[in-house]
Ligand binder design. Structure first.
Ligand code: ADP
Ligand code: ADP
Length: 233
């Protein structure tokens, strides 16, 4: 059974002067363990789709189900990482990650063990006490990723998580992300405007187009073993 089931989703933004159809009859089912990438140009509704799945905003029409249950608000089963996931400047790496535990009232010991595992998994060992401004952009995104994964969500939603990084760091983060996905078995839905990034990361690639926001194509290259990282990225 799918973890996420998006059915006939429509989202309109209406103002006095105009109406934008951000999503037009979008349907999508995500199976456990998949890495679904959603690619398309700016304005095709990628962020809106992800936010609706996360329960952070509502659809105009259609519905989203998580394990068969309608999503009506933020979900415990979901972790979320944005392009600029704000870290608290005065807190070190480990404490930034543990913020998630505080917000969710997790058992402290369990959360600390999990944080240390994630720090190791993402190569942040030795930087536990470093403050965000002492870290590179890629390392900051790793911290944000650890924070999003701390409560062991079944699904990780990422909106242009590496969009603010330089090309080389972005490439390294993609390789890292592929490894983390294979090692943790987390189901991932990642939004990007970069088609090569979508192709590198995705076990399934959903392509969208704007005005109105629609799915125009779905590619299923299957579960990647170890894809070559193209220099065109
Ligand atoms: P993408 O993430 O693919 O760039 P978005 O989901 O951000 O696309 O936006 C899709 C369309 O909906 C765009 O035309 C955008 O301007 C519009 N839109 C998104 N959010 C809002 C909003 N809160 N109010 C009005 N229009 C919005
Ligand atoms: P992203 O990189 O996620 O596509 P954008 O810079 O396009 O982000 O938009 C940032 C946020 O502003 C979006 O999450 C969206 O909800 C909102 N937004 C986008 N377009 C509009 C718009 N035309 N009017 C109001 N809000 C918008």
């Amino acid at each position: 059974d799918p973890i996420i089931e998006v059915s006939h989703l429509t989202r309109r933004f209406t103002s006095k002067r105009s109406e934008t159809v951000a999503l037009d009859d979008v349907s999508l089912a995500v199976q456990p363990g998949e890495f679904v990438t959603i690619a398309g140009p700016s304005g095709c509704g990628k962020s809106t789709l992800l936010k609706i799945i996360a329960g952070l905003t509502l659809a105009t029409d259609g519905d989203v189900r998580l394990y068969g249950k309608p999503v009506t608000g933020p979900q415990r089963e979901i972790g979320f990482a944005f392009q600029r996931s704000a870290l608290l400047e005065w807190r070190g790496v480990r404490k930034n990650i543990l913020l998630q535990a505080e917000m969710r009232g997790m058992d402290r010991r369990r959360a600390e063990e999990r944080a240390d595992d994630l720090i190791e998994l993402t190569g942040l060992t030795g930087f536990e006490k470093a403050l965000p401004h002492e870290l590179s952009g890629g390392m900051q995104q790793r911290v944000a990723l650890c924070r999003a994964l701390l409560h062991e969500p079944r699904v990780l939603l990422m909106d242009e998580p590496f969009g603010a990084l330089d090309a080389l760091t972005r490439e390294q983060m993609n390789i890292e992300m592929n490894r983390i996905w294979r090692e943790t078995g987390t189901t991932v839905v990642l939004v990007t405007h970069s088609v090569p990034e979508a192709v590198y990361l995705g076990s399934r690639i959903v392509v969208m187009s704007p005005r109105p926001g629609r799915i125009v194509e779905t590619l299923e290259p299957g579960l990647p073993e170890r894809r070559e990282y193209g220099p065109t990225l």
